[in-house]
Design a protein around this ligand. Structure first.
Ligand SMILES: NC(=O)CC[C@H](N)C(=O)O
Length: 306
């Protein structure tokens, strides 16, 4: 397995077309697009890495998997009154569907949906308390207390928040947000600005690969049915309007972020985290997707088989 991971990293090092870093968040625009990392953490406790797999990067929308897990833990199925669970077929920051659907976002992984989820988990608390809870949860599932927010990234996004602020105000106008818009956005931007390495991210995702239990540590994070449902949402909605393309090419539940990371789950086998900062036109990591495609071709671990 280490040979395969090394082969993938070697192939990606040679790639000339590396995509474009997300400069709409200026702080992310400075990241070097030459970087690549991959980690496979298996359900039997093995870890295989290549590239800069211990370098922290901005996990951005991958954090939406963790806040969704927290929200389902707090409120169970009543979360689905606030956010839907259908693919949107629109870009991650699109506003068009919100008007047609009375301010209820299609799914928890587009920006509007994640903003609604964070509003739900705030439950009247201040952003600091909610952020403390989110960070504790991520540290717990990754078994690593060194994980932190990158405050410069969060501040950069807050300073350029017009688009996300529009989504939030629009939902608030329909009565879908309970808290002050800037407090919700401040919480959302910090959640997105969590910095993690591929090794930390693969560890954090392991519970989704074995029915809700992080097998190497023996910690149950969620019930099997909940893990299955989170995986299905990742498969259908994790790459926005390129979710169909990702299923076609890779065939694993996956969640991308504009920091260039992707967390993919191979149920029964393990969690794979990849990172390459250059994005494709849909805002998903260009080389990260190629690396995962190569990975499933060689392992046959796509949920659809070889
Ligand atoms: N796709 C993403 O990773 C987007 C997250 C980013 N924080 C935003 O709101 O625009």
């Amino acid at each position: 397995m280490q040979d395969l991971i090394d082969d993938i990293a070697a192939a990606m090092a040679k790639a000339e077309e590396r995509g474009k870093v997300a400069d709409y968040i200026p702080e992310l625009g400075h990241v070097d697009p030459q970087q690549f990392a991959i980690t496979l953490a298996t359900v039997d406790g093995q870890v295989y890495s290549a590239g800069c797999a211990t370098t922290p990067f901005s996990i951005q929308s991958i954090s939406k998997v963790f806040t969704l897990t927290i929200a389902l833990g707090q409120m169970g199925d009543s979360l689905w009154t606030k956010v839907g669970r259908e693919p949107s077929g629109d870009p991650f920051n699109s506003i068009v569907q919100l008007e047609h659907e009375s301010g209820k976002p299609r799914n928890p992984f587009i920006n509007a949906g994640a903003i609604a989820v964070v509003d739900a988990i705030m439950m009247g608390h201040e952003p600091k308390e909610t952020l403390g809870e989110i960070l504790s949860f991520v540290r717990y599932i990754a078994d690593d207390d060194s994980i932190c927010f990158d405050h410069a990234v969060a501040a950069s996004e807050m300073a350029h928040r017009d688009r996300n602020a529009s989504l939030a105000h629009f939902m608030k106008a329909f009565g879908h947000l309970r808290h002050d818009v800037d407090k919700v956005l401040g919480t959302y931007f910090h959640q997105c600005a969590i910095a993690m390495s591929c090794e930390q991210l693969a560890h954090a995702g392991l519970f989704l690969a074995s029915d809700g239990v992080n097998k190497p540590s023996g910690i149950r994070v969620v019930a099997p049915q909940r893990a299955r449902r989170i995986n299905s949402l990742m498969m259908m909605c994790g790459h926005y309007d390129a979710s169909g393309e990702f299923a076609f090419r890779v065939g694993l539940p996956g969640k991308s972020g504009v920091g260039g990371g992707i967390l993919a789950i191979a149920p029964g086998h393990g969690a794979i985290a990849v990172w390459s900062p250059g994005l494709d036109a849909y805002g998903n990591s260009l080389l990260g997707t190629q690396a995962l495609e190569m990975f499933v071709q060689r392992t046959g671990w796509s949920v659809f088989g070889h």
